[in-house]
Design a protein around this ligand. Structure first.
Ligand SMILES: *[C@@H]1O[C@H](CO)[C@@H](O)[C@H](O)[C@H]1NC(C)=O
Ligand SMILES: *[C@@H]1O[C@H](CO)[C@@H](O)[C@H](O)[C@H]1NC(C)=O
Ligand SMILES: *[C@@H]1O[C@H](CO)[C@@H](O)[C@H](O)[C@H]1NC(C)=O
Length: 337
């Protein structure tokens, strides 16, 4: 009799547990379907659902909100270009991007020379654009292409291009946006070249030519008009001469910072590597270990992350609950027989 009673209690508890779970899930399904009704709209004889949005024409967009219709009409700004255009589906006339270069001025920021004629120039290239009412800025990606070469000053050799490089801009520089009226400079343009070691700096200049990027992708696909390419040159004698630092893995340019070993960091200063060694604090435990790539010793057994602890706890609890439920189900079924 006692036995029967405790089984009964256990089954009762188990039963209410199942009921609670069922109740929670049924509550959720009710809340989804509950709420005030919303009504559709009719516009020019066509029905639209609540919250539907539709275009009446290129400039008008309407929406339905519980049987009331709201329409927004886009207004257009005046355009000043000679040949304004409309993009497919667009409301307003817009101007194509249209830039005309007036001046391209390269400046040598830094020259890195090595013995065998290998040189790396760091250039700043300022571009001045013509500012007129029909001219615009331009935004997008791969907009620009900047070629660079070394030209001999000697008239009879002026057409020889030494170390011609088609594109010296990196992806970020090539996608630099031009805002009309703003200053426009490509900074830190890296141009490496090899010239005869005997070449004196007063015999040559570095030249750059700016063009529209071949694969230019403009914002919202507007056409991009770019006037004829533009060339600018500057004497190789300008700029600061700075030397790279030789190292076993290759060379480090001036101002480069590198990790010689886990404890030593170096900076290249005009041909001289200036290195500093990190000081380690006491590890604060009995058997410290050195982790790969780390300079200092650290303590091996750190307390596990709280989240790990939680996951372990949740999993073990779930397993326990599962076992109890299965056991109780079996017992209850048997008992009913
Ligand atoms: C929609 O409008 C009707 C009456 O115009 C109103 O009773 C109902 O609450 C509204 N529905 C919503 C979701 O606002
Ligand atoms: C130009 O180069 C040629 C051949 O290298 C040389 O003979 C001539 O003297 C140079 N002229 C000048 C002005 O440097
Ligand atoms: C860099 O070093 C070279 C040779 O050691 C020296 O002639 C030159 O003036 C130095 N440049 C600067 C900017 O310190």
């Amino acid at each position: 009799m006692m036995m029967n009673r405790s089984w009964y209690l256990a089954c009762l508890v188990f039963g209410s547990l199942v009921l609670v779970v069922h109740h929670v899930s049924s509550q959720e399904s009710i809340s989804i379907s509950s709420g005030e009704p919303s009504y559709p709209c009719v516009y020019r004889g066509i029905p639209y659902l609540h919250s539907e949005v539709w275009r009446v024409d290129e400039c008008t967009t309407c929406s339905c909100d519980n049987s009331s219709i709201t329409c927004v009409i886009e207004s257009c700004q005046p355009v000043f270009c000679v040949e304004p255009l409309k993009l497919p589906g667009g409301c307003c006339f817009i101007c194509p991007y249209d830039v005309t270069v007036r001046e391209v001025t390269p400046t040598i920021q830094v020259k890195h020379k090595t013995t065998n004629g290998h040189t790396t120039l760091f250039l700043a290239v300022e571009v001045k654009f013509r500012d007129a009412k029909d001219k615009t800025g331009v935004s997008g990606e791969s907009l620009w292409e900047l070629s660079a070469w070394i030209a001999l000053v000697n008239i009879s050799h002026s057409h020889t291009k030494i170390g011609f490089t088609e594109q010296v801009l990196n992806a970020g520089q090539a996608s630099q946006w031009f805002i009309k009226g703003d200053q426009f400079i490509f900074r830190d343009v890296v141009y490496p070249f090899v010239a005869p070691a005997s070449l004196m700096c007063d015999e040559a200049e570095v030249c750059v030519e700016l063009r529209r990027g071949i694969n230019a992708v403009t914002t919202d696909g507007r056409p991009f008009n770019f006037d004829t390419p533009f060339i600018g040159c500057t004497s190789l004698c300008t700029g600061r001469d700075l030397f790279p630092c030789p190292d076993k893995e290759g060379k480090h340019l001036h101002k480069d910072v590198w990790q010689q070993d886990p404890c030593t960091q170096c900076t290249c200063n005009n041909g001289t590597a200036e290195c500093s060694t990190k000081e380690c604090p006491g590890p604060g435990c009995n058997r410290p270990v050195r982790l790969e790539g780390e300079c200092c010793l650290s303590c091996p057994y750190q307390s596990p992350d709280n989240s790990d602890l939680w996951i372990t706890l949740v999993i073990s609890t779930s397993v326990l609950v599962g076992v109890v439920i299965v056991a109780l189900t079996i017992v209850c079924l048997r008992h009913r027989k």
